[in-house]
Design a protein around this ligand. Structure first.
Ligand SMILES: [Zn+2]
Length: 340
């Protein structure tokens, strides 16, 4: 599906990383990041680019469900319907490239919650997209919930790489690494799910968890399921929405700040380029169809770390060292936001 439609229209003109009126911090990062990107390209070959954002499910499994939370392209199916197969994975990572410490454990001894640190007193909610068990609970996750603007699936299975590494495995791994990094800075970190429940939670509950925690920042971690050739990351910001239970008027501005900082730091930490198929090169997108954003009353963004269906992005996503960089980039963005 092509990525066009009312839900994806940014409220303001897209801003590019290069040359645009992005933040000074971001602009300053560009040379370094571009250098990193060029190095990556030089070693990995030319990267494809463009087309549609959604890829039809492969044989992999649990058909169905368009990704509920960042899903969707205009039609609401973005991250692909693939997935599923992935229930094999809520236990850390066993993929070939796990050269990093297990995400379930601290990256290093000092990774435990710090008694003090620059983020002491700050609460960060991390929302690992989907759940490895969703594929086995299709009835539950297909139930419709009210997201203010409309009703949509409670949750979805998420996507997967063509080789079966699931988005749910990926999001938990990156989220656990992220937690370790944030805790080492003194933050209080809460998860919406940690592979410790059979399915879900639903997108409305995911939002509620951040709200009830009075989180200073919430990040929902995902990877996309778009067509091969589509590459790169993008951060999804809440649009201005006021409908039913949804009212984002208080979070649009701070969420953009959070998202821009995460995009800049992610670019810097990973060397990955901003998406070549969403956001016109800005690495930013604005959506009003995501319940997790619509129902949030605290600053919140989603990040699609890459496209699982592209072989070059897959090589990154399945590499533990790269996932550590991804977590570092997100963490740095959150730290920057919370420290102002
Ligand atoms: Zn997702």
């Amino acid at each position: 599906m092509s990525y066009v439609g009312p839900d994806s229209q940014p409220p303001r003109p897209p801003r590019r990383f290069t040359g645009g009126p992005l933040t000074v911090t971001l602009a300053a990062l560009v040379p370094t990041c571009l250098a990193g990107w060029l190095i990556y390209e030089a070693t990995s070959g030319p990267g494809g680019d463009e087309p549609a954002r959604t890829l039809p499910a492969t044989s992999q499994s649990a058909q169905g469900s368009s990704p509920a939370e960042p899903s969707s392209s205009a039609s609401g199916k973005d991250d692909g319907k693939a997935a599923g197969k992935g229930d094999k994975g809520d236990k850390g990572d066993k993929d070939k490239a796990s050269d990093e410490p297990s995400p379930a454990k601290p990256a290093k001894p000092s990774g435990r919650p710090a008694a003090s640190g620059p983020l002491k007193g700050k609460v960060v909610v991390i929302d690992p997209g989907h759940n490895p068990g969703n594929g086995k609970h299709t009835t539950e996750i297909n139930r419709l919930v009210n997201v203010g603007t409309h009703r949509k699936e409670c949750d979805t299975t998420g996507t997967s790489t063509n080789n079966g590494y699931t988005e749910a495995q990926f999001t938990l791994d990156v989220s656990r690494r992220l937690r370790t990094l944030l805790q080492s800075q003194g933050a209080t970190v809460k998860f919406t799910q940690d592979g410790d429940r059979p399915w879900g939670p639903c997108v409305d509950e995911r939002a509620r968890i951040g709200n009830n925690a009075r989180a200073d920042a919430v990040v929902s971690v995902h990877a996309d399921g778009s067509a091969a050739g589509n590459r790169g990351f993008h951060v999804i910001l809440p649009a201005s929405v006021k409908s039913g239970a949804a009212d984002t008027s208080g979070i649009v501005v701070p969420s953009r700040d959070l998202g821009e900082r995460i995009a800049g730091k992610f670019l810097s930490a990973t060397g990955s380029a901003p998406s070549n198929y969403v956001g016109d090169g800005t690495g930013l997108d604005v959506r009003k169809d995501l319940g997790g954003l619509n129902l949030s009353t605290v600053p919140k963004v989603f990040i699609e770390c890459g496209n699982m269906r592209d072989s070059k992005d897959e090589a990154l996503i399945t590499n533990g060292a790269w996932r550590q960089k991804a977590a570092r980039g997100i963490s740095d963005g959150i730290v920057s936001f919370l420290r102002g």
